[in-house]
Design a protein around this ligand. Structure first.
Ligand code: SF4
Length: 209
């Protein structure tokens, strides 16, 4: 990454972190994937039960591999005989790993979901939620964050899962009501009632989409 972009993102991240703190959430800056992994592991006590939604960013920094070890209890919904039961276990897990589809420079997180297991667990249940968010997902305001979520993250996710949505064909949101739509629920997290629950690690590398 260009050194001026790195410098600008470092400064910008401080603004995002202040915004998060004003909303009873914690923010951290990581210059690299390696730093992000170290910070995330500091936040997860050994022995924790851990689960996640579809979170490419956690995979890309090596966090998923790091917690799929005997030191933790990783609830793997893909390996579970009953996937829905495993997803419901998320509500009582110690830690939930997530990313955001977008967030604002003043600390509001925006997520969209088809199945709603991810947005519901972010909103309520797991004792701690750790977001891994790359700086390329930061937007000026909620309106632009929502546009990013629907015109960047959603079409790529629809393509990733081979869904028959208009955005998978056109690359941008057509505001569909397709049976395959992944835009069933929109979650805007603007404040946390529970101190110490939501942690956001801002990573100065491009992760996820
Ligand atoms: S509403 Fe439909 S077209 Fe728009 S992003 Fe969501 S799935 Fe794609």
């Amino acid at each position: 990454m260009n050194e001026n972009i790195v410098k600008r993102n470092e400064l910008w991240a401080q603004k995002v972190i202040k915004g998060l703190e004003s909303r009873n959430m914690s923010g951290y800056y990581a210059a690299s994937k390696e730093e992000a992994l170290m910070k995330a592991l500091e936040l997860i006590p050994k022995g924790s039960s851990i689960t996640m939604g579809g979170c490419m960013s956690a995979q890309e920094i090596g966090l998923v591999d790091a917690v799929k070890t005997p030191e933790y209890r990783f609830i793997d919904r893909y390996a579970a005989p009953d996937r829905q039961a495993a997803e419901r276990e998320a509500y009582s897990a110690d830690v939930y790993l997530a990313s955001a589809n977008a967030m604002t420079e003043d600390g509001v997180l925006v997520n969209i979901d088809g199945n709603a297991n991810r947005v519901s667990a972010i909103a309520y249940g797991p004792k701690k939620v750790i977001f891994i968010v790359s700086m390329n997902k930061i937007c000026i305001d909620v309106d632009s964050a929502m546009k990013r979520a629907r015109n960047v993250a959603a079409p790529i996710n629809a393509q990733r899962f081979g869904l028959a949505t208009p955005c998978a064909k056109t690359g941008s949101c057509m505001n569909c009501k397709s049976p395959d739509t992944i835009c069933c629920q929109f979650l805007i997290t603007r404040y946390s009632k529970h101190p110490g629950r939501i942690h956001v690690i801002l990573v100065n590398e491009n992760l996820g989409f």
